[in-house]
Write a protein that binds this ligand. Structure first.
Ligand code: GDP
Ligand code: MG
Length: 176
């Protein structure tokens, strides 16, 4: 690894089956397939550019029903940014985001201003959509954070998520 490149740790959190692995895999490997193991924690590393500068992003794709295991808490503590994932096809997964965000700020404590992006997945499954844009806005507006509607399958807006997060982390940690 190039030591001159600034590294950012990103943790992907969300309910089971919402598409965390598909999203991470699409960004890290530019592929959509079912070869990843749904039950294991996986870390990916990818170079990413902002204003012509290279950065390294290390992305932890969390797994398992329990969001805040001891292992996850370690990742959360070390994270510079978070992607909170829900499925546009599953209303209850949006409500879980609310909980997850609370747990993140509990673990981060004084560093509660860590950048967070909310991502709705499976935008391509139009006929199965359960979550309206208004519902998402209601939730994220009270936290003042941005959200994206994406499809890992179709590669819609996936890179936007990570570019936006990188810009926010760059801003947040520029004096570190
Ligand atoms: P995780 O448990 O949150 O990591 O969820 P996965 O990434 O394993 O995805 C769960 C299921 O949803 C898998 O069958 C994926 O193929 C499917 N899936 C994930 N993202 C998308 C998407 O953008 N579009 C469609 N149609 N299916 C998706
Ligand atoms: Mg997974």
């Amino acid at each position: 690894h190039n030591p001159n490149v600034q590294r950012f740790n990103v943790v992907v959190l969300g309910a089971g089956g919402v598409g965390k692995s598909a999203l991470t895999f699409r960004f890290a490997k530019n592929s959509f397939n079912e070869l990843y193991n749904p039950t294991t924690e996986e870390t990916y590393c990818r170079d990413i550019f902002l204003n012509g500068e290279r950065y390294a992003m290390e992305i932890v794709d969390t797994a398992g029903a329990e969001q805040f295991t001891e292992l996850n808490e370690q990742y959360v503590r070390a994270a510079h940014g978070f992607v909170l994932v829900f499925s546009l096809t599953y209303q209850a997964s949006l409500r879980e985001i609310d909980d997850i965000r609370k747990q993140v700020s509990r673990v981060k404590g004084a560093n509660a201003d860590t950048p967070i992006i909310v991502v709705g997945t499976k935008l391509d499954l139009v006929h199965e959509r359960e979550v309206t844009r208004d519902k998402i806005r209601q939730l994220v507006n009270k936290w003042g954070i941005t959200f994206y509607e994406t499809s890992a399958k179709q590669n819609w807006h996936i890179s936007d998520v990570f570019q936006d997060l990188l810009a926010q982390m760059r801003d947040r940690y520029k004096d570190v």
